[in-house]
Design a protein around this ligand. Structure first.
Ligand code: FES
Ligand SMILES: [Fe+2]
Length: 416
């Protein structure tokens, strides 16, 4: 349970809010590269942290991410012409480069060169630096003096053939979506029926959460009843990354579109070789954590407006616990059902919510650190090199020791 004040602090992400400022201190994905692949191609709309923006790839291949509103008379830059390393508003022809400078103002006539230059200096459009990594376009929306190095997430460092990402919108606040990603107990219920894997049949009873320099990593243990514990580890790295210990490892990023909508990125990757045909079919087929989206959108075909195409018959027979198909959809259904922003003053937390409690503490601590000018977690690129695993160990083996042996929280070089 949280106070109203803390719930507000943690969930609001618009400009000038504490959590909005915290997110803006990190690099975050804003688009799949394939949606803006052509230099001088059509710009695309991006809504991120409550800001309406337009993304374009300039003639020289660089990206521009600018405010959607033209600074002249606020027409949308989505309709702009993408030409010769700049975006030209189609209303009166003002042109801006990727850094937001006005580089041409053909509607301004009968003025001196000096006056024109002065006007162009004042007529900047808001622009954020972008970088392309792992077939995604990432932006940094914070103060330039705090811009960190790009995080060395393992999955961004493998070759292109070794990874594939999808994304879909969750119609709810980012925090309840992320909390669902670290809720180990729900796997045994919400996702039951998808597989007969042990993580879908046994409720975890053992938890270990340890902090590292970029966030924390958590281990959940399931008692197999034969003297063995099945351990499963996951990491939460700032601002909203999850490293998942699946068989083909996977990663999530919950990126706030605004207070009430979240873009969930889901990546599968392999260290030792390209994704297999089976992996590719799973990702492209919208299975497991992925979704099949309405053409040209990030909205799943199975969504809130059509009750996620629930099959009550399949639910009644037990073929599926929910009657909904796909882990990603099942997560959407419950997380969106909590309301656009979950009211955490109404909760009754249980021992199985320990990771959720730690997540909230981590973010509240980060907000306090930022407010008092202390260094933030995740500012060193190498802190992001974390690999998660699953393993069996005899009951009684110390999880803290096992985690230390596995070098969690320390840099692990690719290929190690
Ligand atoms: S509104 Fe964009 S140039 Fe006038
Ligand atoms: Fe889930």
């Amino acid at each position: 349970m949280l106070s109203i004040e803390d719930n507000e602090r943690l969930t609001r992400v618009g400009p000038g809010t504490p959590m909005g400022d915290l997110f803006r201190r990190y690099w975050q994905p804003v688009a799949l590269s394939e949606t803006v692949s052509k230099p001088d191609g059509p710009p695309i709309r991006v809504r991120m942290l409550g800001e309406d923006l337009v993304l374009f790839r300039a003639t020289d291949g660089r990206f521009g991410l600018v405010a959607e509103r033209c600074p002249h008379r606020t027409a949308s830059m989505y309709w702009a012409r993408n030409e010769e390393n700049g975006l030209r508003c189609v209303y009166h022809g003002l042109k801006f480069d990727v850094d937001g400078n006005c580089v041409d103002a053909p509607c301004v006539t009968k003025t001196s060169e000096a006056q024109l230059e002065s006007l162009q200096r004042q007529l900047k459009i808001k622009a954020y630096p972008c970088i392309e990594r792992a077939e995604l376009v990432w932006a940094y929306m914070g103060p330039p003096e705090f811009k960190p190095a790009f995080p060395e997430l393992d999955w961004t460092l493998v070759p292109t053939s070794h990874r594939l990402s999808t994304r879909h919108i969750q119609e709810c606040n980012w925090l309840q979506a992320l909390e669902g990603g670290f809720d180990a107990a729900h796997l045994t219920f919400l996702h039951k029926g998808e597989t007969s894997h042990v993580s879908r049949t046994i409720v975890p009873t053992l938890y270990e959460v340890q902090q590292n320099d970029a966030g924390f990593y958590t281990a959940t243990g399931r008692d197999m009843g034969d003297g063995q514990i099945y351990w499963n580890t996951n990491a939460l790295l700032m601002p909203a990354h999850k490293i998942i210990s699946a068989v083909a490892p996977a990663a999530h990023m919950w990126m706030p579109i605004d207070d009430e909508n979240t873009m969930l990125y889901s990546t599968e990757f392999r260290f030792d070789g390209p994704l297999t045909e089976k992996d590719l079919e799973r990702v492209r087929g919208g299975k497991w954590i992925h979704t099949v989206n309405l053409p040209g959108t990030d909205i799943s075909i199975r969504n809130k407006s059509n009750d996620y195409l629930v099959d009550r018959g399949a639910q009644a027979t037990g073929q599926s616990y929910t009657g909904m198909q796909g882990l990603g959809i099942q997560d959407c259904a419950v997380q969106e059902s909590m309301g656009p922003i979950a009211d955490r003053t109404q909760e009754f937390l249980l021992p199985c919510d320990i990771e959720i409690v730690k997540i909230r503490r981590l973010y509240l601590q980060a907000l306090d650190d930022m407010a008092s000018g202390k260094p933030l977690m995740g500012m060193t690129a190498a802190d992001y090199r974390m690999r998660m695993e699953r393993w069996f160990a005899p009951k009684g083996d110390d999880i803290a020791v096992m985690m230390a042996e596995r070098k969690y929280g320390k840099m692990v070089k690719a290929g190690e």
